[in-house]
Design a binder for this molecule. Structure first.
Ligand code: C2E
Ligand code: MG
Ligand code: MG
Ligand code: MG
Length: 287
């Protein structure tokens, strides 16, 4: 199961669209229909603080399970949503859905934050920050409860525009995470100038961290650098106890991964949190 999870989800290079028994055009059509019929949903994966063992927040991950095809990976359909421009309306729906789910979480006493993945195309919208803040305001959600995950490569497409947007968001108290860190090409001097609060180390560096000395070196260096820049570090794709021990030894702040929780619908998340000791404190003693 571990092997399968790694290959199917820690997508370092997104699988070719050709892997689906469907042409690009039919995939585009299917996604247009999915949007009209509101067929997308969000799953949430918790992030755990290694020191306090508390759940600090959740990452929203889009899901699409068309009847004809079965579940399609976001690594496959997100690029098509980007190419068709559908990512713009879908992206705003997603923010609204996350706001509704934040309200539901609050009703159950869970006040953690949700992180949303934002793609390059969305950043090119001049009024993106304004649209986002309007939706938060309408839903009565404090901006502190939302954060955005952006990849290095999406920021590098238009670095100056990206920097302006991030500054605007920071002023509005929306925190920013650099996603899939280590897989892009952003220079350290650019990184230093960005108002980023968190680095998420890509799962490709975590997978073999126990066996591969090189990966350990890279992860150790990223964590030190991030702390030097006063950023919080999250390790993605953590699946085993030995990985957790190493990350703890390297002073990694938070982890995300199958080791303690998979992405799940909001109802399952609420049930999972309610079971976790003391409203959100997570302890795992096995393996
Ligand atoms: P990401 O933002 O880096 O999300 C982390 C991915 O790692 C998710 O894959 C998650 O299910 C997977 N994962 C979590 N824990 C583990 C683990 O322990 N082992 C392994 N092997 N994988 C783990 P998912 O949900 O398939 O999403 C893939 C990518 O698609 C995301 O990578 C993100 O870049 C993109 N994506 C997903 N939802 C959205 C969205 O709403 N908007 C945008 N723009 N992109 C999205
Ligand atoms: Mg992400
Ligand atoms: Mg990531
Ligand atoms: Mg990733």
């Amino acid at each position: 199961a571990k092997q399968k999870g790694r290959n199917s989800i820690c997508v370092y290079a997104p699988p070719a669209k050709a892997e689906l028994p469907i042409s690009t055009v039919s995939l585009e059509n299917a996604l247009h229909r999915a949007w009209q019929q509101q067929d997308f949903s969000l799953h949430y994966q918790p992030k755990l603080c290694l020191q306090s063992r508390r759940i600090l927040g959740f990452e929203a991950l889009m899901r699409w399970q068309p009847q004809e095809l079965g579940p399609v990976s976001p690594a496959v359909f997100i690029p098509v949503l980007e190419d068709t421009g559908l990512i713009i309306p879908v992206g705003y729906w997603l923010i609204e859905q996350a706001c509704r789910d934040l309200q539901r979480l609050s009703e159950h006493g869970f006040e953690q934050s949700i992180a949303i993945n934002i793609s390059a195309r969305q950043l090119t919208q001049d009024d993106f920050a304004e649209q986002l803040l309007t939706r938060l305001h309408q839903a009565g959600i404090p901006p502190q409860r939302l954060s955005l995950e952006l990849t290095e490569s999406s920021l590098m497409q238009e670095p100056e525009r990206a920097k302006r947007l991030l500054s605007q968001l920071r002023e509005a108290h929306i925190s920013i995470a650099l996603d899939d860190f280590g897989t892009g090409y952003s220079s350290l001097s650019y990184l230093k100038r960005l108002p980023v609060d968190m680095l998420k180390i890509d799962c490709s560096f975590i997978t073999d961290i126990v066996q591969e000395q090189d990966d350990r070196g890279i992860v150790d260096a990223i964590i030190r650098m991030a702390h030097g820049l006063s950023m919080t570090v999250v390790a993605e794709g953590v699946e085993t106890a030995p990985q957790v021990e190493l990350l703890q030894a390297f002073d990694c702040d938070q982890i995300q991964g199958y080791w303690f929780a998979r992405p799940m619908p909001v109802d399952a998340l609420i049930a999972w949190l309610s079971e976790a000791e003391g409203a959100g404190v997570y302890r795992r003693t096995d393996s």
